[in-house]
Design a protein. Structure first.
Length: 256
């Protein structure tokens, strides 16, 4: 068992002298090991400092390059994309509220007056937020033009966390699948759209559509669940005004 000796204490007995020598030897060994490790580290750094500096330089370049890209490439590219998309977006808005819808949707897609259309923005500014948004506009325009396969393609390429646009994109894909007579796929996308966000606009709308398709597919229990959710959770929604009728239909079919 080791004992604590006061400072300046000199060993008297043979045992104490041997213990002192042993402890001194152990301490010296520890410091020697530390010295050897430090020496090896210094030697390694000395021999490889060229490569170490290269690695540090590469990391610094990557970090600075990323910052520079965001500041001097990505940001101006996004701004240019939004500017080039302005006219196409204007055509789209006019198509939604105007009369000559088909021609305006086509202009929104392909451009007019020497300006970009949504398809040009997607190709020219790939990877930007503007190109992503252009996918939504293009997909919706194709849906209105009854080009349902292209509608599915472009709407599927759109990615968003927006409270309204995100579920609308999924729901529009569902609408396209209904027109393609792919009702199972339509139900899947209506369900996704209903679950994506919880709001008074898109949620009851897609619960209603999901319920209607479920009834058509003979899934009365599922339809009843969706219709009941509208009645209980969204009583002020437009879909709630006639929901009792659909609940009654679903109950009849579920009990058969």
């Amino acid at each position: 068992m080791a004992t604590y000796n006061k400072r300046g204490y000199k060993p008297k007995t043979k045992v104490e002298k041997e213990q002192d020598i042993e402890e001194g030897s152990t301490t010296a060994e520890v410091f020697n090991t530390l010295d050897e490790t430090a020496s090896k580290t210094e030697d390694f750094v000395a021999k490889n400092q060229k490569y170490i500096f290269i690695i540090i330089g590469v990391v610094a370049l990557v970090v600075l390059g990323s910052l520079a890209y965001k500041e001097f490439v990505a940001a101006p590219k996004q701004e240019n994309a939004m500017n080039d998309m302005f006219q196409a977006q204007k055509y789209f808005d006019q198509a939604v509220t105007g009369v000559a819808k088909d021609s305006l949707y086509n202009l929104a897609l392909t451009g007019g007056e020497g300006k970009f259309g949504m398809l040009d923005v997607i190709e020219e500014y790939s990877g930007t937020d503007a190109a992503n948004l252009a996918n939504y506009y293009a997909g919706t325009a194709y849906l209105r033009l009854k080009d349902y396969k292209n509608a599915v393609e472009y709407l599927s390429a759109f990615d968003s966390e927006d409270e309204v646009l995100a579920p609308l994109a999924k729901g529009n894909i569902g609408d396209a699948f209904v027109q393609l007579n792919q009702k199972e796929d339509a139900l899947e996308y209506y369900e996704k759209a209903a679950k994506m966000r919880d709001n008074e606009y898109t949620t009851p709308m897609y619960l209603y559509k999901a319920g209607a398709i479920a009834l058509d597919l003979g899934e009365a229990d599922k339809a009843l669940d969706y219709f009941t959710q509208i009645k209980e959770k969204y009583p002020n929604a437009t879909e709630a005004s006639t929901i009792d009728v659909f609940i009654g239909k679903a109950q009849v079919l579920a009990n058969k």
